[in-house]
Design a protein around this ligand. Sequence first.
Ligand code: COA
Ligand code: AMP
Length: 625
Amino acid sequence: MSAYQEQYQWAQQKPEQFWQRQAQNIDWFQAPQTILANDENGIERWFPDGVMNTCWLALDTHCDQGRGAQTALIYDSPVTGVKLRYSYLQLRDQVAVIAGMLAAQGVTKGDRVVIYMPMIPEAVMAMLACARLGAIHSVVFGGFAPSELAVRIEDAEPKVIMTASCGVEVNKLIPYKPMIDQAIMDSRWKPENVFVLQRPQCEAELNQERDIDWLQAQQSALPHACVPVLATDPLYILYTSGTTGKPKGVVRDNGGHAVAMKYSMSAIYNMPQDGVFWAASDVGWVVGHSYIVYAPLIHGCTTILYEGKPVRTPDPGAFWRVCEEYQVDVLFSAPTAFRAIKKEDPQGESLKQYDLSQLNAIFMAGERLDPPTLEWVVSHANKPVIDHWWQTETGWAIASNLTGVEMMPVKAGSATMPVPGYQVAILNEMGQAVEANQQGFIALKRPLPPSCLPTVWRNHDRFESGYLSQFPGYYVSGDGGYLDQDGYLFIMGRIDDVINVAGHRLSTGEMEEIVGGHPAIAECAVVGIHDELKGQLPLGFVVLKDGVSIDDITLEGELVSKVRDSIGAVACFKHALVVERLPKTRSGKILRRTIRQIADGESYTVPSTIDDPTSISEIERVLRL
Ligand code: COA
Ligand code: AMP
């Protein structure tokens, strides 16, 4: 039996024994006696009586073990020209003081803290400071607009918000404070305080009653110790797009998460304890949570926080420069980043200027790794390129090539095989397993392994109805795909209204709600169409209300601004086409899949249930214009 099969079968046949063994690799305050048990909702929970603290695992334990002088965090910011290094000891001490600063405002275990910050070290420190107190952080991606932030504030009900005065994008500053003010005004829930870190690029005006100057408060704060929490206590809430306008608050627990993070660093990424790990993502996404912050630090690595882009900061050699400068062992990013590099440097000239001998592998996730991008990176970087599939809901890879267990041959277009602990099944609409090479719903047999969400924040019904009830005994991933005859998993894309734009997960359903809210619009459909660079881009089709007269260009401009103002620039909603009618079934369901196929130039069959076949030619007509 191969090493992979051995691990996989161990985890499948004796999950409690397997995960108890993995749990021994972290430094518990009180090791769990119970490994798996059902909670009050009937959901399987890992290590329910284990007592620990995630910040302790990420920082203090390494200092205690005499590794305090090792570099924990490297901050590299081509947009500001700043480079900084923090040892484990320095990071621990600073995080302890920030925890003290939060505690001085009454933040305690179980309180929520919203973090709306750019990619600066204080964002990482804020997350770890919350973990230190047992407070639950909810990081909101800096590219989201105030209304998205408001929805999250209202749902998480944070005691305080932590922010910075601005973000720095390529050639532009994004003042954060006005967005925070707007979001708090729009939200029914009002936080007691807002900590504002003043950045020199753009200082914010503070509201004397509510806002606190972060650096001043930090100067007078006392360090706070790690607060023991149960493994099942929440570490964070991370909102992710679902099929409606209301994002889902994915809850991550402390213990299962820490064990899975630690296991993944060895089994999936094959990282030495003192190695350098670089996830070129953003702390606002799950990749940033897991692989910029928690996993590398829990494993004792050096992690890199990069405030820049793959291109234009200043050139397409940026990724390779960072890899050489910090001797990166493993690089992890989204395929869209490499497509951007390839577009600007098709011959890979900039790669040749850097010594990448230290780099062992490049991992990709967030969207499908298209074979041309895979080929380009392999041929120019001359390194193993590993596609792995995961979701905000799981917090770590469901399928991957396990480079630390056994490197398997790569098949282009496949995320390789299920990671030990995940039982992947391909089901048909009746919930029956289909044969190899047949597409279906990708489902995960319960129990899910450690780190996977146990619920949706304060909305357990949504967890049940959105993930568990369709196929009893299984979690439905929302992705479709197939397993081939060798057991390789191929992800073919979402089967719901979620799209991935430049590795950012967005809801077309939400965009439809916003577009449909325009006074001129009777109804609309937003679909994700193929884009060479960003993987997918949203495209709107709108039907005007009778009697409305507005020219198409003006309307498109208004709809684009409306989506940008509501979701943020990251939505990349740039086009809306006016049609006479939308293709629908006789029961009134909009045929979004057919619309998308037409827009992508794919072959399609018109469903026999279509209400008005001329609506198809109408879509074709506007796309030709
Ligand atoms: N704060 C504020 N605005 C942001 C932002 C942030 N953190 N991130 C992006 N934006 C804005 C951009 O400035 C841009 O605004 P514009 O329309 O006014 O120009 C808009 O959102 C779209 O940004 P983006 O999708 O990033 O497009 P881009 O053309 O600037 O860059 C890529 C394209 C491919 C280089 C970039 O998307 C990228 O690096 N992607 C990798 C994504 C990733 O790491 N995903 C995580 C999963 S691993
Ligand atoms: P997020 O929750 O933002 O990480 O997005 C998760 C979704 O991104 C998944 O449900 C997939 O649709 C997509 N995704 C992530 N990784 C991959 C991958 N390696 N291949 C194909 N799709 C992926």
